[in-house]
Design a protein around this ligand. Structure first.
Ligand code: DX5
Ligand code: ZN
Length: 221
């Protein structure tokens, strides 16, 4: 089943609650919540207080993408703020296996995020503990960047690893996802799609999400 996770990074922050409600009414499955710290990435966004503020608006999963360093200190705060999944970049944690266990112990689902130049090797040791693998198709830090097609082989490789693991792990792609490339990304093996500017930059969110689902239906057929 294909899932669409709009990134609120491109929403109107002056009306964030309304934007969350609107995009879910338009057919979104998850809310993708980008956390940037001006340290691991050169941008600064939102923290647990904002996650807590939007949590009562919906029962849809909140997909927290941590682009922060260090990781561990902030994990319990996001769990308390209502995060459903928490994903982090292996480069940002000194002890990747420990961070995975911490997220699980805090009652959240666990994801690992791979930058365009980060190999998947760490999966050899931890894939059996994951619920989500997130492949970045841009360098993290900003919305509105162009999709990097060089990550498509990595999406295929991640799909093969998931199949070999026998686990129900979602394979998410983040960065530059649009109506005109979502089909090719799905064909490479992704099942969960983050889209920020493609959705929030359009006047009619429902129309973009429906067009994305139309492309995905053609892949499934
Ligand atoms: C980038 C973020 C993405 C980004 C996606 O660091 O992780 O979630 O907001 O935005 P678009 O879809 O505009 O590339
Ligand atoms: Zn993200």
């Amino acid at each position: 089943m294909h899932l669409i996770a709009p990134s609120i990074l491109s929403a109107d922050f002056a009306r964030l609650g309304e934007e969350v409600t609107r995009v879910l009414a338009a057919g979104a499955d998850w809310i993708h919540f980008d956390v940037m710290d001006n340290h691991y990435v050169p941008n600064l966004t939102v923290g647990p207080l904002v996650c807590q503020a939007i949590r009562p608006l919906t029962t849809a999963p909140i997909d927290v993408h941590l682009m922060v360093q260090p990781v561990d200190r902030i994990v319990p705060d996001f769990a308390r703020a209502g995060a459903s999944l928490i994903s982090f970049h292996p480069e940002a944690s000194l002890h990747v296996d420990r961070t995975i266990d911490l997220i699980r112990a805090e009652g959240c689902q666990v994801g690992l995020v791979f930058n365009p130049a980060t190999p998947l090797d760490v999966l050899d040791y931890v894939i059996h503990k994951l619920d989500l693998i997130l492949i970045m198709s841009v360098n993290p830090g900003f919305g509105g960047q162009a999709f990097n097609p060089a990550v498509l082989p990595k999406v295929r490789a991640a799909r093969a690893r998931i199949a070999a693991s026998g686990r129900a792990i979602r394979l998410e792609v983040d960065g530059g996802v649009k109506v005109d490339n979502i089909g090719e990304i799905a064909r490479a093996g992704a099942d969960t799609f983050v889209a920020g500017s493609a959705i929030f930059g359009a006047p009619d969110y429902a129309q973009v999400i429906a067009a994305m689902r139309g492309e995905l239906a053609r892949v499934a057929a």
